[in-house]
Design a protein around this ligand. Structure first.
Ligand code: CO
Length: 227
């Protein structure tokens, strides 16, 4: 009897768990058929060509989906996401996305998008070890260190973290400009335009934080003269 109840509970439990991902598959079927209803050529066009104008480097946070918050469709934004939208010079994943976006897709704009209420920023500003994640978050601690006097002068904790979100997005944009990929593209193609934005979870609005048009000056030590 006991075993029967346990088995029944187990089946119910499995069904409950399956339901959440099965719902995604069902939603997808509905979405695909709606798309075709409204625009019969939609998928055919996407199959044949990818020509996004934008590369989005955003946080992995599930509340900041690039397409939805910018009102764009599949095919319009090339996307890379990681914890706290970092641009690390030896991150092969990011560099591969960046090179493909710039040299093959010829994107015109790159957006580094941070968001207020970012857990990665909050964790980095703390002194609690998170295991392997520390090695990633140390890059945010470095951003803080570079801007210590400005950040420490903000008394309110939430405002201090909000400012760190903005400074981090700006710093990651500067990191982009340090790569040979961006410097080469600026020199030879006068593209892409770099944008640092911050997204507010509370009102859904994007704000411009920092902007680097092609050819923007960078610290001399990071410039390559032979590209
Ligand atoms: Co985040």
């Amino acid at each position: 009897m006991c075993r029967t109840i346990k088995t029944a509970y187990c089946i119910l439990n499995t069904l409950a768990r399956m339901k959440s991902f099965e719902k995604l598959l069902q939603n997808n079927k509905n979405w695909a058929s709606d798309r075709i209803k409204n625009d019969p050529g939609f998928f055919n066009r996407l199959v044949n060509l990818q020509m996004p104008e934008f590369l989005w480097i955003g946080c992995s946070d599930s509340r900041v989906p690039a397409n939805e918050i910018t009102g764009t469709n599949p095919g319009e934004i090339f996307v890379h996401r990681n914890i706290s939208n970092l641009v690390i010079q030896n991150d092969l994943n990011l560099l591969s996305v960046l090179q493909y976006a710039v040299e093959v897709l010829h994107v015109k704009h790159i957006i580094v998008c941070g968001h207020y209420g970012c857990g990665g920023i909050k964790a980095a500003m703390d002194n609690i070890s998170m295991g392997d994640l520390d090695k990633w978050l140390v890059n945010i601690k470095d951003v803080y260190n570079l801007n210590k006097s400005e950040v420490d002068a903000i008394e309110n904790e939430e405002e201090r973290l909000n400012r760190m979100v903005e400074l981090n997005a700006k710093h990651q944009l500067l990191n982009l400009a340090k790569t040979t990929i961006i410097q080469k593209a600026w020199k030879h193609n006068k593209m892409p335009h770099l944008h640092a934005w911050a997204y507010s979870l509370s009102d859904g609005v994007l704000r411009t934080v920092f902007d680097m048009p092609p050819g923007s000056p960078i610290d001399k030590i990071y410039e390559f003269d032979n590209l």
